[in-house]
Design a protein around this ligand. Sequence first.
Ligand SMILES: Nc1ncnc2c1ncn2[C@@H]1O[C@H](COP(=O)(O)OP(=O)(O)O)[C@@H](O)[C@H]1O
Ligand SMILES: [Mg+2]
Length: 237
Amino acid sequence: MSQLEIRSLSVAIGGNTILHDIDLRLERGTLSAIVGANGAGKTTLLRAISQLLSPSAGEIRFDGRSLAGIPPHLVARQGLVHVPQGRQIIAALSVEQNLLIGANSLPGLSDADRRARLQAEFERFPVLQQRRGLNAGSLSGGEQQMLAISRALMMKPALLMLDEPSLGLAPQVVSRILATLSDLAAGGMTVLLVEQAAFLALKHADVGHVVQNGRIVLSAPAAELLKDKALIEGYLG
Ligand SMILES: Nc1ncnc2c1ncn2[C@@H]1O[C@H](COP(=O)(O)OP(=O)(O)O)[C@@H](O)[C@H]1O
Ligand SMILES: [Mg+2]
């Protein structure tokens, strides 16, 4: 069974159909990249998967179970965690407090577990440990993105979705973040990465999907897609 299975999904906002008849499967322990131009519908797709938007048609199954009607915070508790576009960290709280917010949304997590998860994130991104007491708003863009990812990982997701983590970041930081996502997938997590930085994302991904005007127009192993850059560029418009 796939980790996530989407069948014939359509999403309308204010009477306009934004996503048309999307079919998508994510296999466990893979990194999938969804690439497409600005306005193609990438964010809308992630918001529909997280149940922040209701579909007008179709079905989304996580771990074999339909997500229809499940509120977003309970979707996250089931292990489907979304790092939104723009990161949405809480600037006035410390780095550590932001991380604990991720864990606090899991009921029944023991104090020892919470500490262990915090420590694991500090090991993943040591800069967060150095800055643990500082306001999150004082971090650089790259550090804030690491914080947003770590906050999501505090929930130990089965499926981690990220919306444009590279936006506005220096290439070196982007490579670091994408390498972290590859490592997570290699460790068994399913990762869904949405990016306008198509080639960078595809370099790290197992599978790529190209979205254009609210439709998936091409799906293939990422290595195949990278062989025909002109084709991808055509779709990115
Ligand atoms: N809340 C909204 N209200 C009206 N239109 C929206 C809304 N959100 C997205 N759209 C439209 O849906 C399309 C896809 O947007 P989006 O999913 O944000 O694209 P992407 O993330 O690929 O840049 C765009 O044409 C955008 O204008
Ligand atoms: Mg977007």
